[in-house]
Design a protein around this ligand. Structure first.
Ligand code: GDP
Length: 299
């Protein structure tokens, strides 16, 4: 979380520096509240949340000096209030064996890395994990997953580059059933450039999964790169429609001031947030907690 705070504070348009510029030795007036709203909107918190926070700050404080820390406390409390209902761990239902987790998101968002991190966490908890290298479009993604598999001693089901990912999904679940594995983590390709193909592919993967296990996939995780800011909204919309996203992971929060988008997403889509990514190694995955995140955002 220290790294998350550093990341969020690093950028010159961090919320913290914006607040200092507004609330320094001036009596509170309407224009300062407008500026506050602007800072929060620029930080991607969303128009509704920004307006709500400005309103709370304004209440009973007109014509007096307002300390930056007072505003930060209000901001943190409100962000925590919005996010709290969505901070939920990724729970594995042991009745569903294997528990099939499909991981979706645009290329480069951190899917493969996040799968490695989650696999590391589950393995450390004593679960048997099988990885499925379903991003068959990128040879590098297949290789990357193989490396995670070797490191974690998890089997990796893969096919050659360009192979049908739905056939791979079938093989992976079958193999996990036969081996008695607890969890299948399946990677996918995220070519948003070609939405029709992407949709067709994800729909087919899900359809074929159901042939092996009618209840699969049991979780569909959408991996979002925090640095893309507002674009994350449309990604939630698209993948939500196509793949029935059940939960979110936000990556790269170690290097950006743009995590505020999570507040706007929670407000609009009401999806659980399971983890945040704060680096590239196996340890750099944290269970999402609203309070820590809110404090980091407020700076
Ligand atoms: P994919 O195309 O969605 O599978 O994305 P990758 O897992 O290949 O990740 C793309 C790049 O982002 C890689 O260089 C990763 O090391 C990096 N990455 C993934 N998660 C994080 C994170 O939480 N923080 C940082 N700093 N880099 C990350």
């Amino acid at each position: 979380w220290a790294r998350l705070r550093e990341g969020l504070a690093r950028s010159s348009n961090s919320i913290g520096s914006g607040l200092i510029a507004i609330f320094t030795k001036r009596k509170l007036d309407e224009s300062m509240l407008d500026d506050l709203e602007d800072v929060l909107i620029r930080a991607d918190l969303g128009v509704a949340t920004a307006a709500r926070i400005a309103k709370i700050v304004g209440k009973g404080r007109y014509d007096r000096n307002v300390e930056v820390d007072e505003v930060k406390a209000i901001l943190a409390a409100e962000v925590e209030r919005v996010l709290s209902p969505y901070a939920r761990p990724l729970e594995i239902d042991a009745e569903k064996k294997p528990y099939v987790i499909l991981v979706v998101g645009v290329n480069g968002s951190g899917k493969t890395t996040t799968i490695g991190k989650i696999a590391a966490k589950f393995s450390a908890e004593g679960r048997r994990v099988l990885l499925a290298a379903g991003d068959t479009f990128r040879a590098a993604a297949i290789e990357q997953l193989m490396i995670w598999g070797q490191r974690l001693h998890c089997p990796v089901i893969s096919r050659e580059q360009g192979a049908d990912a739905s056939a791979l999904a079938f093989d992976a679940i079958k193999a996990a059933q036969e081996r008695g594995d607890d969890v299948v983590l399946m990677d996918t390709a995220g070519r948003l450039q070609n939405r029709t193909e992407l949709m067709a592919e994800l729909e087919k993967i899900i359809r074929v999964m159901k042939k092996v296990d009618a209840t699969a996939p049991h979780a569909v995780l959408l991996v979002l790169d925090a640095t893309v800011g507002q674009n994350a909204m449309s990604q939630v919309e698209i993948f939500g429609r196509v793949a029935g996203v059940t939960g979110l992971v936000m990556t790269k929060l170690d290097g950006t001031a743009r995590g505020g988008i999570l507040v706007a997403i929670a407000d609009k889509f009401q999806l659980p947030v399971h983890f945040i990514g704060i680096g590239e190694t196996a340890d750099d995955l944290e269970a999402f907690t609203a309070r820590d995140f809110a404090r980091a955002i407020a700076g």
